[in-house]
Design a binder for this molecule. Sequence first.
Ligand code: GLA
Length: 639
Amino acid sequence: MAIVYGGDYNPEQWPRETWAEDMRLMREAGVNRVSVGIFSWAQLEPEEGRYEFAWFDEVLDLLAANGIEACLATPTASPPPWFAATYPEAGMVDDEGRQLTHGSRQGFDPSSDVYLVKALAITEQLARRYADHPALALWHVHNEYGCHNARSYSGAATAKFRVWLRERYGDLDGLNDAWGTAFWSQAYSSWDQVYAPLPTPTIPNPGQVLDWKRYSSNRLVRNYLAEAEVIRKYSDKPLTTNFMTGSHADIDLWEFSEVVDVVSTDHYLVGEDPHVNLAFAADYARSLGAGKPWILMEHSTSAVNWQGRNRAKAPREMLRNSLAHFARGADAVMFFQWRASKQGAEKWHSGMVPHAGTDSKIWREVCELGARLGDLAELEGSRVSADTAILWDFPNRWAQEHEARPTTDLDPQAVFNDYYAALWRAGITTDVAEPEGDLTGYKLVVVPALYLLSHKGAANLRRYVEGGGTVLVTPYSGIADETDTVYLGGYPGAIRDVLGVRTEEFYPLVDATVALASGGTGTLWSEAAESTGAEVRDTYADGTPAWLVNRFGEGTAHYLTTFPDAATLDRIVAAAAGDAGVAPVAEAPTGVEVVRRAHEDGRSWLICVNHTEADAKVKSADAVVEVPAGEVVVHREHA
Ligand code: GLA
């Protein structure tokens, strides 16, 4: 029983003398697992079909001898130069039709057959050779699928896109119907006329673009499955691949998470509220695994190298970040990377062993974190439970990326972030759920800008509220179905009855806000909504409803017709949480996160992360926990 601790280990970047030191330092820091081989393809197969494994045998043997587990990667995210030179047609094509060249990473077309053949060949070599190696704990398939090449607009992709569309729609009538090709004379009379959406003179067909994104996502999942099938012939160790839950949205992770044995994710601090984004990425990773413990495969000890201005972490910030992930259900805390590189594209990215060496803030915190995680071993396998969910859906996001919509100021990710942040400020532990998923375990479901809501998703939400659930729904939700076809008869057509509202027209706000009778302010959006039975809780100055509350079946639906300022939103979230009977696990000042992890046998802990510069008191039903400024306290609740 131990919490996993470690990071990406890239020994090929260092001379052999360093490897022995690495082992000594890993033991000193309490590292018990590292990911190896992620970017080693060119070293493992320097020429096509010629393999060199002796050096990698040595690395794995060293790890085993030092009691460190290997998370063994297939190196297929970065094909070597020989691949690009021999198979130039397998390179990535960008959305302007440009063929990209080698010299970076992920320089391949995910739809290329020859890429897959070569990727499976090196995968098979590794699986056969290391399936029974004593260091092997877990397979790390590929690396961050689609981080740079999620959509490659190649000829191979067009060919496979056509096959995918035939599987989805059966015949051209189905396709024409789904894409609404009666508009602008776009009706297809042969599959050969269908292409990946390369640049067009003006607005492209939204259905085509949406399906292209679905296809591209599914292609990556299929590539994972192909590698997984090869590994499975030799090994029964679990398989994972590292998602990017806090940042990237090009792959449908609801689909992808169904085929991994354990969810893992990477997270880097981004945005103005980095610890809120961190909490979201962690909650999302946990939700993708249906609540099971998950792996934080990468985060950073300090600065990254890809943000323009790369802020170094303040003292103890890294500890707070790591333990905040742990609080939300991670049983493995890992970094990119073990040793900061001295060359290459990422030489300005922090590592566990920084350029400065071990006489450094980073190294001291790395050792402290290793010791703390060692002390927290009894929490391994404990779970976080949430009675609130916020809905997230990929086709919804993709549909709203289309250029032609009521206002391009409305960014569904920003809306999601605002509502997640309001729940975070309220101290409410939240799952991320899919609109068509099982919602019955939740008391409160937040529906942020869920423009695209499938018929199945709409029926699911209706059933949920009818059965006694509470929803909080924002504008621009339930507008179009899975083919991006508008539900008619007044907005939001998919759930008008649930919300007790009917809107005739949208009035996006242009450089303006709308004053609310309650004193708050609405931004971005307004609409001509009428109550068809809902109680009106707030209005614009002219009496148009701004916040409506409807009883539907046994449940309650809150609907907003604008995006309120943060203080007003906090008030609305508190009201919806009150209706739903949802409360935080403890009372804590703003900026102090508190999450409970519990074992089935009743042992439980409050993990309190104080992001503020003031000492804080966290009050739970039976304890007051003192949490010093900037510190993390794990409070044991059971006797
Ligand atoms: C990603 C990759 C790593 C590294 C880090 C840098 O997460 O998986 O290889 O590039 O970003 O932040």
